[in-house]
Design a protein around this ligand. Structure first.
Ligand code: ADP
Ligand code: ZN
Length: 365
């Protein structure tokens, strides 16, 4: 059992527990709530319900459970409505609590439903993908997709507790595990040189004994950043640093069509591109770029596009990125391995194009 981590956000502070086999802890929390006369409901998806039936039973007993279809399409207004209706049908009052057991989709949708129902009830997270463990369990971003784009509706709603049971990852498809590793490598690059060195020495696998410790390090780093800039208002640095590689990644996901690359795969290509951008700025060397690519590759991640994409479409997507302020793209670049900064100046479209070209983009398809 790894020591719990407290995310310090004043009265919205909450603990994250880490380990392998946290079912008893969840069970205790559920019993505590129900013994106090409070209703508990669970949200999960079909894959998790199928693979982890006994674990769900052990944690939640007979608590009402809504099982949704797996996949990004579930983060929709229609499914959001279904979750709210389910809460109402279960006659949840303001003291009710929602446990979201799943990957990013279930966590984001469940969190937003908890934020909205009766103007907000408590929610708890039991993330089941590596990506959700290191990413969405800290920070309180919840939401869903609209026809016009991803994550366009949502709210900040901090969970009251997060249970990160790395034992649940045993059934996660290898490709999904690798995708989560892209975010883990991102944390090493942006703020934890030792973590990067550890991944460089030996690739992390689902069977690694240090898995829970590594996940904790990622959450601790994210917690520090979120604590300092909960609502992403910092002019420099702050929460934006978590977007290392993501301006490139979002452009790739959008140009290739959502679903072609898993988010983490696009992030891996984006991290390699961010390294090349940093190299052009002279902050890191070609040798360091090569080390970064080697770590990504060792974790079964792509560093180049699997099929060429057109540069103009990629550049249009970059210009539309949320981080564009006053027409100037703000990129996150590396000062060194283990330290990232936000940069407004000195980055030209030609430099960004060169990064995409090295990733395999072409003038036209
Ligand atoms: P993410 O956390 O990457 O945003 P999703 O919520 O879309 O992703 O989950 C990715 C896929 O993995 C989904 O098909 C989901 O049902 C499945 N999944 C999630 N957790 C597990 C698990 N522990 N074992 C097996 N499959 C899982
Ligand atoms: Zn990401």
């Amino acid at each position: 059992m790894v020591e719990a981590l407290i995310v310090n956000l004043g009265e919205r502070s909450y603990p994250i527990s880490f380990g392998s086999g946290l079912q008893a802890d969840v069970r205790t929390k559920v019993a505590e709530l129900t013994n106090a006369g409070r209703k508990v409901i669970t949200l999960t998806d079909q894959n998790i319900a199928k693979q982890h039936g006994p674990a769900l039973q052990a944690m939640f007993g007979a608590a009402p459970t809504l099982v949704l279809k797996p996949g990004e399409e579930t983060k929709s207004l229609a499914e959001f409505g279904r979750v709210l209706d389910f809460m109402a049908a279960q006659q949840l009052d303001r003291t009710g609590a929602l446990f979201a057991v799943g990957g990013g989709v279930i966590g984001d949708l469940g969190g937003f439903a908890a934020a909205s129902y009766l103007r907000g009830i408590e929610f708890y997270q039991v993330p089941t993908t590596l990506l959700a463990m290191v990413d969405s369990s800290v920070g309180g971003k919840t939401g869903l997709n609209l026809a016009a784009g991803k994550n366009l509706a949502g709210a900040f709603h901090q969970p009251r507790g997060v249970y990160i049971d790395t034992g649940l990852l045993a059934t996660l498809p290898a490709r999904e595990f690798a995708a989560g590793m892209a975010e883990v490598i991102k944390y090493g690059l942006l703020g934890d040189e030792e973590l990067f060195a550890r991944l460089e020495r030996a690739p992390l696998t689902v069977a690694s004994t240090g898995l829970a410790t590594v996940v904790r390090r990622c959450c601790a780093l994210k917690a520090r950043i979120v604590e300092a800039d909960e609502r992403e208002l910092a002019k420099e640095g702050g929460r934006a640093l978590l977007n290392l590689g993501h301006t490139f990644a979002h452009a790739i996901e959008q140009s290739a069509g959502y679903g072609t690359y898993l988010h983490g795969e696009a992030v891996a290509i984006g991290l390699a591109a961010a390294a090349r951008l940093s190299q052009q700025l002279g902050t890191i060397s070609g040798h360091e770029t090569a080390r970064i690519e080697a770590v990504l590759t060792a974790h079964a991640l792509p560093v180049r596009l699997r099929a060429p994409l057109a540069l103009p479409a990629l550049m249009t997507a970059v210009a539309r990125d949320k981080k564009v302020r006053a027409g100037l793209p703000r990129f996150v670049v590396l000062q060194k391995i283990g330290e990232a900064v936000t940069r407004h100046d000195g980055i030209t479209p030609a430099m960004v194009e060169a990064c995409f070209r090295e990733a395999g983009a072409v003038d036209s398809l």
